[in-house]
Design a protein around this ligand. Sequence first.
Ligand code: ADP
Length: 434
Amino acid sequence: MNRIFFRFFMLVMLSITAATFVIYFAMSRLFGDPLEDIARRQSSAQIFLIEQYVDAAPADEWLARLNRVREVSGTRFDLIPLPKARSFLPAVDLGALDRGEVVLDVEGKSFYRRVDLKGERYIGSEDDVIHVQDLPIDVSLALQMEAVRYVIVALALLVPIALWSRSHWQGLQSLSRVADEFGAGKLSARAHMQASASIYPLAERIDHMADRIEALLVSQKNLLHSVSHELRTPIARLEFALELLDAKALDPALKKRIAAMEGDVLELNSLVNELLGMARLDSEQALYLDTVDVAALLRSAKAALPPGQPVVGVDATPDAGTVEADARLLGRALSNLLRNAQKYAASTIRMTARREAGRVVLAVEDDGPGIPVEERERIFEPFYRLDRSRDRATGGFGLGLSIARKAVVRHGGSLTVEASELGGARFVVVLPQG
Ligand code: ADP
């Protein structure tokens, strides 16, 4: 709310400030400086004295009248040489001074006017200027009035802008909540905004889009599940038939061929099992939550690892504590990560667990080739494998990481990958505290 409100408010205030300056300069250009106008009115008594009283004197009495005015007035009336007066004034005012007009200096609270243009009042009077100082000029009141006007306009705008931003903000917040929930896998999340809301058309489109995505995902999951399920029976039949065939076959070449086919069927079977496991994770099935000791979880994941190189180091800080989790599911996610690390590590695998900002952070890292930055999100997609894994006999189906992430997300956590200081990949599981 604050951001949207202040940005809009600042923009409006900047526009008003800019408009105020433009108005001031336009008015000054077209009708003269308004501040000078005020100053001229405030100096009108002194100007009147000069123009209507001193100037009205016969030529030989002009100076005497000026002196009389000097005696009775609290304002200073000085005679200064024309070049000096010119040096005090900005270039734009020199023309008016030369024409014998009153030239105001608002800041200096004074005005200048030539005694006369033809030297008729005394000898050399055409080269003198009356400089009247200490005039009762005070434009601060006018400026204060402008400031008050500005503040009132600002406050008057503040209220409608706040109301406007509030209604938008609430709508935007409910949309971003929908986006968050939808992104976190809650496919039923919708905005359901009232038709009178300002962003109703946008919300309606987002809801419609969510409907379509949900329908597509559900049908995709159903299809995957059904196909995997339907494949089980023919695979079992194939396994049985191959066993029979193997028992009957005498030719060693045929036996070798059958063994290869049995290997393929085995692979097909494990793929189907993985797919069914993944479909089960998707199907919001209830988790068997328990209080799981994190260090014990790491140790059992390590123990379940097929024997072989490289060596796995487990380093769980004593405060790693426990998490509320489905031990079987979380164990499966961890062993998928460990098994990958075992495939790719050169010599070292490290498993760590620690508590950080109220969450439990588990990491599995290795000193293998690592994952290129641009692939770090894609490897979690089902069936996605990096090219180099294909030329490895150990390459799986590309489902391991996808299953691991689904399992972690079902626990309200996250699974990401980054570069490890060991040189390879570092898979990080962040779980809410148990
Ligand atoms: P797979 O069963 O093929 O290993 P995964 O989903 O577990 O499938 O992994 C996807 C891809 O991510 C793998 O093909 C591999 O290229 C890459 N990968 C996974 N773990 C690591 C790792 N520890 N080091 C390097 N690459 C890895």
